[in-house]
Design a protein around this ligand. Structure first.
Ligand SMILES: *[C@@H]1O[C@H](CO)[C@@H](O)[C@H](O)[C@H]1NC(C)=O
Ligand SMILES: *[C@@H]1O[C@H](CO)[C@@H](O)[C@H](O)[C@H]1NC(C)=O
Ligand SMILES: *[C@@H]1O[C@H](CO)[C@@H](O)[C@H](O)[C@H]1NC(C)=O
Length: 237
Protein backbone atom coordinates (compact mmCIF):
# COMPACT_ATOMS: atom_id res chain seq x y z
CA UNK A 1 0.00 0.00 0.00
CA UNK A 2 1.54 3.29 -1.09
CA UNK A 3 0.73 5.66 1.68
CA UNK A 4 -0.54 9.19 1.74
CA UNK A 5 2.06 9.88 4.41
CA UNK A 6 4.92 8.68 2.29
CA UNK A 7 3.66 10.86 -0.54
CA UNK A 8 3.44 13.90 1.70
CA UNK A 9 6.86 13.15 3.16
CA UNK A 10 8.30 12.88 -0.32
CA UNK A 11 6.73 16.15 -1.37
CA UNK A 12 7.99 17.92 1.78
CA UNK A 13 11.48 16.63 1.04
CA UNK A 14 11.20 17.87 -2.54
CA UNK A 15 10.01 21.27 -1.32
CA UNK A 16 12.81 21.43 1.21
CA UNK A 17 15.41 20.65 -1.41
CA UNK A 18 14.12 23.26 -3.82
CA UNK A 19 13.41 25.82 -1.09
CA UNK A 20 16.74 25.53 0.69
CA UNK A 21 18.83 27.71 -1.67
CA UNK A 22 16.14 30.41 -1.72
CA UNK A 23 16.24 30.79 2.06
CA UNK A 24 19.92 30.61 2.98
CA UNK A 25 20.40 30.37 6.72
CA UNK A 26 16.65 30.28 7.13
CA UNK A 27 14.73 27.11 7.78
CA UNK A 28 11.95 26.33 5.33
CA UNK A 29 9.15 28.40 6.90
CA UNK A 30 6.45 25.74 7.00
CA UNK A 31 8.74 23.06 8.38
CA UNK A 32 7.86 22.34 12.02
CA UNK A 33 10.39 23.13 14.72
CA UNK A 34 12.34 20.34 16.31
CA UNK A 35 10.36 19.00 19.25
CA UNK A 36 7.11 19.89 17.53
CA UNK A 37 7.83 18.11 14.29
CA UNK A 38 5.51 15.86 12.34
CA UNK A 39 4.59 12.64 14.10
CA UNK A 40 5.97 13.89 17.40
CA UNK A 41 3.41 13.42 20.18
CA UNK A 42 5.13 15.73 22.68
CA UNK A 43 2.76 18.62 21.95
CA UNK A 44 -0.34 16.53 21.30
CA UNK A 45 -3.16 17.24 23.69
CA UNK A 46 -6.44 15.51 24.49
CA UNK A 47 -8.28 18.88 24.55
CA UNK A 48 -11.13 17.58 26.66
CA UNK A 49 -14.25 19.74 26.43
CA UNK A 50 -14.98 21.90 29.48
CA UNK A 51 -18.27 20.08 30.14
CA UNK A 52 -16.39 16.79 30.54
CA UNK A 53 -15.40 16.86 34.19
CA UNK A 54 -14.55 13.23 34.96
CA UNK A 55 -11.42 12.55 32.92
CA UNK A 56 -8.31 14.56 33.71
CA UNK A 57 -5.60 15.10 31.11
CA UNK A 58 -2.23 13.86 32.40
CA UNK A 59 0.46 16.51 32.76
CA UNK A 60 2.98 14.52 30.72
CA UNK A 61 2.92 14.28 26.91
CA UNK A 62 1.22 11.25 25.39
CA UNK A 63 3.43 8.45 24.12
CA UNK A 64 0.98 7.46 21.38
CA UNK A 65 -2.03 9.12 19.82
CA UNK A 66 -4.12 6.63 17.86
CA UNK A 67 -7.30 6.43 15.87
CA UNK A 68 -9.24 3.28 16.76
CA UNK A 69 -11.48 1.72 14.11
CA UNK A 70 -13.39 -1.37 15.09
CA UNK A 71 -16.39 -3.00 16.71
CA UNK A 72 -17.95 -3.22 20.14
CA UNK A 73 -19.44 -6.62 20.98
CA UNK A 74 -22.60 -7.08 23.01
CA UNK A 75 -24.75 -9.86 24.32
CA UNK A 76 -28.39 -9.61 25.36
CA UNK A 77 -28.97 -10.08 29.08
CA UNK A 78 -32.12 -12.13 29.51
CA UNK A 79 -32.63 -10.65 32.98
CA UNK A 80 -32.33 -6.91 32.23
CA UNK A 81 -33.24 -7.10 28.51
CA UNK A 82 -30.33 -4.77 27.83
CA UNK A 83 -27.21 -5.38 25.82
CA UNK A 84 -24.06 -5.76 27.90
CA UNK A 85 -20.54 -5.34 26.62
CA UNK A 86 -18.52 -8.46 25.87
CA UNK A 87 -15.43 -6.71 24.52
CA UNK A 88 -14.20 -4.99 21.41
CA UNK A 89 -11.74 -5.35 18.57
CA UNK A 90 -10.10 -2.39 16.85
CA UNK A 91 -7.23 -1.47 14.57
CA UNK A 92 -5.14 1.44 15.86
CA UNK A 93 -3.62 3.98 13.49
CA UNK A 94 -1.00 6.59 14.31
CA UNK A 95 -2.60 10.05 14.16
CA UNK A 96 0.27 11.95 15.73
CA UNK A 97 1.01 13.22 12.20
CA UNK A 98 -2.44 14.81 12.07
CA UNK A 99 -2.03 16.60 15.39
CA UNK A 100 -2.26 20.39 14.93
CA UNK A 101 -3.99 19.98 11.56
CA UNK A 102 -7.71 20.70 11.14
CA UNK A 103 -8.21 17.00 10.32
CA UNK A 104 -7.19 15.95 13.82
CA UNK A 105 -10.34 17.30 15.41
CA UNK A 106 -12.69 15.48 13.08
CA UNK A 107 -10.74 12.32 12.31
CA UNK A 108 -12.97 10.04 14.43
CA UNK A 109 -16.00 11.24 12.45
CA UNK A 110 -14.26 11.02 9.08
CA UNK A 111 -13.09 7.51 9.89
CA UNK A 112 -16.55 6.46 11.04
CA UNK A 113 -18.09 7.73 7.80
CA UNK A 114 -15.67 5.50 5.87
CA UNK A 115 -15.98 2.57 8.30
CA UNK A 116 -19.78 2.56 8.56
CA UNK A 117 -20.16 1.82 4.84
CA UNK A 118 -17.07 -0.36 4.48
CA UNK A 119 -17.43 -4.06 3.81
CA UNK A 120 -13.69 -4.56 4.26
CA UNK A 121 -11.28 -4.80 7.15
CA UNK A 122 -10.84 -2.01 9.67
CA UNK A 123 -7.17 -2.09 8.66
CA UNK A 124 -8.07 -0.31 5.40
CA UNK A 125 -9.74 2.71 7.02
CA UNK A 126 -6.71 4.64 8.31
CA UNK A 127 -5.37 5.33 4.83
CA UNK A 128 -8.72 6.89 3.86
CA UNK A 129 -8.32 9.59 6.54
CA UNK A 130 -4.61 10.39 6.29
CA UNK A 131 -3.53 7.92 8.97
CA UNK A 132 -2.11 4.96 7.08
CA UNK A 133 0.37 3.81 9.74
CA UNK A 134 -1.07 0.88 11.65
CA UNK A 135 0.33 1.08 15.18
CA UNK A 136 -1.31 -2.04 16.53
CA UNK A 137 -4.53 -3.60 17.75
CA UNK A 138 -6.95 -3.30 20.63
CA UNK A 139 -8.80 -6.40 21.79
CA UNK A 140 -9.67 -8.28 24.98
CA UNK A 141 -7.93 -11.13 26.74
CA UNK A 142 -8.98 -13.33 29.69
CA UNK A 143 -8.44 -11.34 32.88
CA UNK A 144 -5.52 -12.37 35.08
CA UNK A 145 -7.98 -12.92 37.94
CA UNK A 146 -9.58 -15.74 35.95
CA UNK A 147 -12.93 -13.95 35.81
CA UNK A 148 -13.99 -11.84 32.84
CA UNK A 149 -11.89 -10.11 30.23
CA UNK A 150 -9.42 -7.23 30.19
CA UNK A 151 -8.67 -4.71 27.43
CA UNK A 152 -5.31 -4.97 25.72
CA UNK A 153 -3.48 -2.57 23.40
CA UNK A 154 -1.00 -4.63 21.46
CA UNK A 155 1.69 -2.92 19.36
CA UNK A 156 3.96 -5.98 19.13
CA UNK A 157 3.21 -7.00 15.56
CA UNK A 158 3.08 -3.87 13.45
CA UNK A 159 4.46 -0.34 13.24
CA UNK A 160 7.63 0.89 14.87
CA UNK A 161 7.32 -1.57 17.79
CA UNK A 162 6.94 -4.68 15.62
CA UNK A 163 8.91 -7.52 17.15
CA UNK A 164 9.13 -5.96 20.62
CA UNK A 165 7.45 -8.56 22.79
CA UNK A 166 6.70 -6.14 25.65
CA UNK A 167 5.08 -3.42 23.49
CA UNK A 168 1.61 -3.94 24.94
CA UNK A 169 -0.48 -2.81 27.86
CA UNK A 170 -3.43 -4.49 29.53
CA UNK A 171 -5.81 -2.15 31.33
CA UNK A 172 -6.53 -2.60 35.04
CA UNK A 173 -10.06 -3.61 36.02
CA UNK A 174 -10.15 -1.29 38.99
CA UNK A 175 -9.51 2.43 39.25
CA UNK A 176 -10.82 3.18 35.77
CA UNK A 177 -13.11 6.08 34.90
CA UNK A 178 -15.98 5.80 32.46
CA UNK A 179 -17.71 9.02 31.39
CA UNK A 180 -20.68 9.41 29.02
CA UNK A 181 -19.64 10.83 25.64
CA UNK A 182 -20.31 14.58 26.03
CA UNK A 183 -22.24 15.21 22.83
CA UNK A 184 -24.22 12.07 22.07
CA UNK A 185 -24.01 9.54 24.92
CA UNK A 186 -26.75 7.22 23.71
CA UNK A 187 -25.01 6.70 20.36
CA UNK A 188 -21.31 7.13 21.12
CA UNK A 189 -19.55 4.78 23.53
CA UNK A 190 -18.32 6.22 26.81
CA UNK A 191 -15.05 8.03 27.13
CA UNK A 192 -12.63 6.13 29.37
CA UNK A 193 -9.53 6.59 31.47
CA UNK A 194 -7.74 3.40 32.51
CA UNK A 195 -4.57 2.49 34.30
CA UNK A 196 -2.08 -0.21 33.36
CA UNK A 197 -2.18 -3.66 34.89
CA UNK A 198 0.44 -5.45 32.78
CA UNK A 199 2.82 -4.45 30.00
CA UNK A 200 5.23 -1.60 29.42
CA UNK A 201 3.63 0.23 26.48
CA UNK A 202 1.88 2.84 28.62
CA UNK A 203 0.70 3.47 32.17
CA UNK A 204 -2.52 5.32 31.32
CA UNK A 205 -4.94 4.75 28.46
CA UNK A 206 -7.71 7.14 27.44
CA UNK A 207 -10.53 6.64 24.94
CA UNK A 208 -12.10 9.93 23.82
CA UNK A 209 -13.86 11.46 20.78
CA UNK A 210 -15.87 8.29 20.35
CA UNK A 211 -18.25 7.91 17.42
CA UNK A 212 -21.03 5.31 17.55
CA UNK A 213 -20.56 1.94 19.25
CA UNK A 214 -23.49 2.00 21.67
CA UNK A 215 -25.95 -0.90 21.38
CA UNK A 216 -29.72 -0.47 20.94
CA UNK A 217 -31.31 0.57 24.24
CA UNK A 218 -33.00 -2.78 24.80
CA UNK A 219 -33.10 -6.32 23.47
CA UNK A 220 -35.46 -9.27 23.30
CA UNK A 221 -34.51 -12.29 25.42
CA UNK A 222 -32.65 -14.82 23.33
CA UNK A 223 -31.41 -12.25 20.77
CA UNK A 224 -28.15 -13.12 19.09
CA UNK A 225 -24.95 -11.33 20.08
CA UNK A 226 -24.32 -8.17 18.10
CA UNK A 227 -21.35 -6.10 16.98
CA UNK A 228 -21.58 -2.31 16.60
CA UNK A 229 -19.02 -0.37 14.59
CA UNK A 230 -17.23 2.52 16.30
CA UNK A 231 -14.26 4.81 16.04
CA UNK A 232 -12.41 6.69 18.79
CA UNK A 233 -9.17 8.36 19.67
CA UNK A 234 -6.87 6.57 22.07
CA UNK A 235 -4.23 8.52 23.97
CA UNK A 236 -1.56 6.41 25.66
CA UNK A 237 0.59 8.01 28.34
C1 LIG B 1 -16.07 -9.63 18.99
O1 LIG B 1 -16.74 -10.05 17.85
C2 LIG B 1 -15.88 -10.36 16.77
C3 LIG B 1 -16.73 -10.64 15.56
O2 LIG B 1 -17.73 -11.56 15.86
C4 LIG B 1 -14.96 -11.49 17.15
O3 LIG B 1 -14.06 -11.76 16.12
C5 LIG B 1 -14.21 -11.14 18.41
O4 LIG B 1 -13.44 -12.21 18.84
C6 LIG B 1 -15.14 -10.72 19.51
N1 LIG B 1 -14.34 -10.26 20.63
C7 LIG B 1 -14.74 -10.36 21.87
C8 LIG B 1 -13.81 -9.88 22.93
O5 LIG B 1 -15.82 -10.81 22.16
C1 LIG C 1 -20.24 19.44 25.70
O1 LIG C 1 -19.34 20.15 24.86
C2 LIG C 1 -19.23 19.61 23.56
C3 LIG C 1 -18.10 20.31 22.84
O2 LIG C 1 -18.16 21.69 23.02
C4 LIG C 1 -20.57 19.72 22.87
O3 LIG C 1 -20.51 19.16 21.57
C5 LIG C 1 -21.61 18.96 23.67
O4 LIG C 1 -22.89 19.12 23.10
C6 LIG C 1 -21.65 19.44 25.11
N1 LIG C 1 -22.51 18.53 25.87
C7 LIG C 1 -23.41 18.97 26.74
C8 LIG C 1 -24.18 17.91 27.46
O5 LIG C 1 -23.61 20.16 26.94
C1 LIG D 1 2.22 0.88 35.39
O1 LIG D 1 3.22 1.62 34.76
C2 LIG D 1 4.08 2.31 35.67
C3 LIG D 1 5.00 3.20 34.84
O2 LIG D 1 5.60 2.48 33.81
C4 LIG D 1 4.84 1.28 36.49
O3 LIG D 1 5.68 1.92 37.41
C5 LIG D 1 3.83 0.42 37.23
O4 LIG D 1 4.50 -0.61 37.90
C6 LIG D 1 2.82 -0.17 36.27
N1 LIG D 1 1.76 -0.81 37.03
C7 LIG D 1 1.54 -2.10 36.97
C8 LIG D 1 0.40 -2.58 37.81
O5 LIG D 1 2.20 -2.83 36.26
Amino acid sequence: MFSFQLLSTLSSVALLVSAAPAFPGHAFPAFPKKGACKCDTSAANMNLPANQTQLVTPTTAPLYVALGVGIQNYTCSSTTLKYTSTGAVASLFDISCLDKTPAFKTVSNAAFTAWSTSKGSANTIGSKVGAANLLGFHYFVPAASGTGISPKWDFTSTGKNAGKADAFVIGAKTGGISAPAPANPSVDVDWLGLKNATGTLASKIYRVDTVNGQPPSSCVAGSADITVKYTAKYFLY
